[in-house]
Write a protein that binds this ligand. Structure first.
Ligand SMILES: [Zn+2]
Ligand SMILES: [Zn+2]
Length: 263
């Protein structure tokens, strides 16, 4: 159906061309996709985690011409760190985008992808700090449309007890979700969690709580960095959302949500 979180070789951690990602989406029969390459200012890496917007525009127009049957949207994944919010606000003023998903990727100044992070931080501190920082980012900035993969700290946690649970962070998660609802921002349901923890990201009880608090704007995305993962578990996720009472999943045009009925 749709996939609103796809990376391409414009991201430092992906080497699949945009055209190949679109071909994979077409093969799976997706009707709409949104590219969301990484834009992380000051990411703790030697690689450049920003997007070359000129190259993006050129590649996007080629891909749109090659796949007119797919509604292809222009997005970006903004890496949220409080010290760079002003730079993001300025940057986004000058770019015509359809969709911005804001995601926390850096915890305690480090990238949780690496074992060194877990050795130096430990599980409890890593999860606590991720929760605190997510709330800080949601409270402090509203330049993004949807908060991405809440519970991301689970994704690379090497311990058995790796799920970011609603019951462990009730107060913080409620404040995050309430703030999003009040501001008209959405919650992303990221299917890549299924591959790592066996659960959606965020986990179902958090999505359910979002609904209880009045949340209506949800997007779904695979976070694919490989072509075979485009559209991953989209049907499963739509069914899960339907079971929780959601009637729509959202797409975006020029930063405005469009509600697509869940079949
Ligand atoms: Zn991300
Ligand atoms: Zn991503």
């Amino acid at each position: 159906m749709i996939d609103y979180h796809i990376h391409t070789s414009l991201s430092a951690d992906c080497d699949v061309d945009m055209m190949e990602m679109a071909a994979a989406a077409d093969k799976k029969g997706l009707k709409e996709i949104c590219f969301t390459d990484h834009y992380d200012i000051d990411f703790p890496s030697e690689d450049d985690y920003t997007v070359d917007f000129e190259l993006y525009a050129k590649q996007l127009s080629e891909v749109k011409a090659a796949y007119p049957q797919i509604n292809i949207r222009k997005g970006v994944e903004a890496g949220l760190e409080p010290h760079s919010f002003h730079r993001f606000e300025k940057l986004l003023e000058n770019e015509e985008l359809d969709y911005v998903v804001g995601s926390v990727h850096v915890v305690c100044g480090l990238d949780p992808y690496f074992d060194t992070f877990w050795k130096s931080t430990g599980r409890q501190k890593a999860f606590d700090e991720y929760a605190r920082l997510s709330l800080e980012c949601v409270k402090a900035a509203d330049f993004y449309d949807v908060f991405g993969h809440l519970g991301y700290i689970s994704k690379y946690c090497p311990m058995d007890n790796n799920l970011f649970k609603y019951s462990d962070y009730t107060g913080v998660v409620d404040e995050i979700l309430t703030t999003l609802v009040e501001r008209g921002q959405g919650l992303e349901v990221n299917t890549s969690g299924l591959l790592k923890t066996g659960n959606l990201m965020p986990d179902l009880p958090i999505i359910q709580r979002f609904k209880q608090l009045g949340g209506e704007i949800v997007t779904i995305g695979s976070d694919a960095h490989a072509s075979e993962l485009v559209g991953y578990a989209a049907d499963y996720t739509l069914n899960a959302l339907k079971t929780l009472g959601f009637k729509y999943v959202c797409a975006y045009d020029k930063r405005v949500p469009r509600f697509i009925p869940i079949p």
